[in-house]
Design a protein around this ligand. Structure first.
Ligand code: FPP
Length: 253
């Protein structure tokens, strides 16, 4: 699905999504098409991460969440998992300066403790160094799975009930949100998936209740800043009703 707009890349700054989340899919197919190893696709993919983080920051998007490694991805061949860990480590270490310069805070959503110790180390250093940055929040979803996240929230809530620090009647949607990795963040306004598949793949299932979804056929390593802007334009043309009727619709006239 491509936006109808041609090459006008002007955005309405008043209507920017507060939170954009991206399922970066298609690295393997990109590499296969070029008769290369899948890892080459991930390498090229990490270059694109760089350019989209920069674009999001320049455009003024408050939160960007990137699905970089899922709880299911651990089941990939060992060499691929190792290559992804090395890429993540290199990316976080090499981008630290840029994140600081551009006032971007790095955060990880997911099972951080399951990552290799060298990735955890780079993550911890960078999260600490960037913790006061406030122009953009960059969330990397690493060893992330929405069902694991929700299960963990349910456990935390059950423990509070068992210890009598929470009354079941005080369980609200906000309370559940506060036990997710995305606590205190706005829900994603827009979820983009590259690579042409129409599914959420265990990504932000609770948070996606009213997200606009955009599927691009482009494989992630071919994704560009211009297509990103086109998608944001497409988002701005949508009528978000959150289950209600449009604001200019009235029954009395
Ligand atoms: C899905 O493509 C992509 C991943 C599992 C990894 C995403 C990783 C990167 C973009 C690079 C590293 C990330 C950062 C933040 C530096 P796939 O392999 O499932 O592609 P396929 O569906 O074509 O097989």
């Amino acid at each position: 699905m491509k936006s109808n707009s041609t090459h006008d890349l002007t955005l309405d700054c008043e209507k920017l999504p507060l939170h954009v989340a991206i399922i970066m899919d298609g690295n393997g197919r990109w590499a296969k098409k070029k008769m290369m190893n899948r890892v080459k696709g991930h390498e090229q993919g990490s270059q694109i991460v760089r350019s989209i983080v920069t674009a999001a920051r320049e455009l003024g998007i408050g939160t960007l969440t990137l699905y970089a490694f899922s709880t299911e991805n651990w089941a990939r061949p060992k060499y691929e998992v190792q290559a992804l860990m090395i890429l993540l480590k290199k990316f976080i270490a090499s981008e630290r300066k840029e994140l600081l310069k551009n006032n971007i805070r790095l955060n990880v959503i997911g099972q951080k403790h399951k990552l290799t110790s060298d990735v955890q180390k780079e993550v911890d250093i960078t999260m600490e160094l960037t913790k006061d940055n406030n122009k953009m929040l960059l969330n990397l979803a690493l060893s992330y799975g929405s069902r694991e996240e929700i299960t963990s929230a349910v456990k935390q809530i059950a423990e509070k009930i068992a210890s009598k620090s929470l009354d079941p009647k005080d369980i609200t949607q906000d309370l559940i949100s506060d036990h997710l990795y995305t606590k205190a963040m706005p829900d994603p306004d827009l979820i983009i998936r590259t690579g042409g598949e129409y599914r959420l793949s265990n990504f932000l299932l609770w948070q996606a209740a009213y997200s606009e979804i955009y599927i691009s056929d482009t494989f992630w390593p071919d994704f560009t800043r211009d297509e990103f802007i086109e998608i944001l334009k497409n988002y701005q043309e949508r009528d978000r009703r959150f289950g209600k009727v449009a604001c200019n619709t009235s029954n009395d006239g």
